[in-house]
Design a protein around this ligand. Structure first.
Ligand code: HEC
Ligand code: HEC
Length: 340
């Protein structure tokens, strides 16, 4: 029921937003009451739908150091072949560039691997957009057959045999090696993986020269087409779900994928969650090809085209698409002071 209300609200917001996508030449003298009205060409308003990532992630350095070692350690997995990093590479935008990552059981993950950067900024997790926290997600993945496929008892045994871990746990926690501390350390490491200070964030903070005129125009179009009705906030997404068939059914096209692509309903069993997926964060999106839950779009421009046709019910002209892509490139941030 709540989901139905959410969806109705979403449609209303999009319908309110849509007319502005068509009014390219609104005379400047007519005041606009739209809350997605175009900003002045040269500047930013105090009410932008996207917020900058805080420059400090405020984490405990000892826990982060321990969490990083755990995140990178294949010895934690049941057969010693996989670490969290096997699929979430920091030098590949936090993902792995594959359509589907190979999993420990010799098969593949069934949905595309999302970026591990900025996960602390998300309100909903995974492609189904489920509530959760990073501690619980770490635990689920450690124990999942498609994750590290192991059990706490085995993990604790492995850690206790390693002098370096004994030291790191001693420094970071008062009560040593135990499941709560293991998942907290991994979560703390993930909380350290924010990518502040993108050129777009510098622009939002008032440095009007941080992005070019073409990129500003791309941002204006991103708002004008209504992309910000779903992709907004500090993560430019990650805080709501939407049906991936608002105007056209994307999902029925590939028959072999049909079962997998029923979306959130697979988890919630709620009919109104059919074809529903989380709106992904667009932070660092220029680095995380291929796109969508099924990794079906390789080029960012294709993803933008599909969004226009399936989510907004219109074909976005090539030139506008290119400008939106230019804007999306400005969302690439820095990790530990270095550009990704
Ligand atoms: C075999 C590849 C693989 C491994 C190993 C792996 N992940 Fe993932 N990870 C994925 C995939 C695929 C998803 C998306 C799952 C879904 O929603 O269908 C994901 C999702 C996530 C998310 C949610 C991100 C978001 O955008 O909501 C977090 C957090 C995460 N993984 C952390 C970890 C941690 C911590 C580990 C190690 C304990 C780990 N992953 C190991 C493939 C992997
Ligand atoms: C009605 C909500 C909605 C609107 C409006 C919308 N999107 Fe999306 N967007 C989504 C959802 C949901 C997904 C994930 C779909 C999937 O893979 O199942 C997505 C995925 C994407 C992706 C792929 C990201 C990734 O990591 O795979 C890009 C890029 C994107 N959107 C850009 C845009 C642009 C540009 C616009 C405006 C032209 C737009 N979106 C409008 C909901 C929306």
């Amino acid at each position: 029921m709540r989901n139905n209300i959410t969806k109705t609200l979403l449609l209303i917001i999009i319908l309110i937003t849509l007319p502005h996508a068509y009014s390219e030449t609104r005379p400047a003298s007519i005041p606009t009451t739209s809350f997605y009205s175009a900003p002045p060409k040269t500047g930013i308003t105090s009410n932008e739908p996207i917020k900058p990532i805080p420059n400090n992630s405020n984490v405990n350095a000892d826990k982060v150091a321990l969490g990083q070692r755990l995140f990178e350690d294949k010895n934690l997995s049941s057969d010693g072949s996989k670490a969290c990093r096997s699929c979430h590479h920091l030098d590949k935008g936090g993902a792995d560039g594959e359509q589907f990552s190979p999993s420990i059981d010799g098969g593949y993950r069934v949905r595309n691997t999302p970026s591990i950067y900025n996960v602390s900024l998300l309100a909903l997790y995974g492609w189904y957009g489920l509530p959760g926290n990073l501690e619980n997600i770490a635990e689920t993945i450690i124990r999942s057959k498609k994750g590290l496929a192991t059990e706490w008892s085995a993990v604790i045994k492995t850690l206790n045999k390693d002098q370096e871990y004994l030291k790191l746990f001693d420094v970071a926690y008062s009560d040593g090696i135990k499941p709560d501390n293991i998942k907290n350390a991994i979560a703390e490491y993930m909380r350290s993986l924010t990518t502040p200070n993108s050129r777009f964030d510098q622009y939002l903070r008032g440095n009007l020269q941080a992005i070019s005129a073409a990129e500003k125009e791309g941002y204006r179009l991103f708002k004008q087409y209504g992309c910000t009705s779903c992709h907004q906030g500090v993560a430019v997404g990650g805080n709501m779900v939407a049906p991936f068939n608002l105007f056209k059914n994307y999902l029925n096209q590939d028959v072999t994928q049909q079962q997998l692509e029923l979306g959130r309903i697979n988890n919630t069993k709620d009919e109104s969650d059919k074809y529903v997926f989380r709106v992904p964060s667009l932070r660092n999106v220029a680095l995380t090809s291929p796109y969508f839950h099924d990794g079906s779009a390789t080029r960012l421009e294709t993803a933008v085209d599909i969004m226009g046709r399936y989510m907004l019910g219109r074909v976005i002209p090539t030139n506008d698409r290119k400008l939106i892509v230019r804007f999306l490139h400005t969302l690439t941030g820095n990790y530990q002071g270095q550009p990704l």
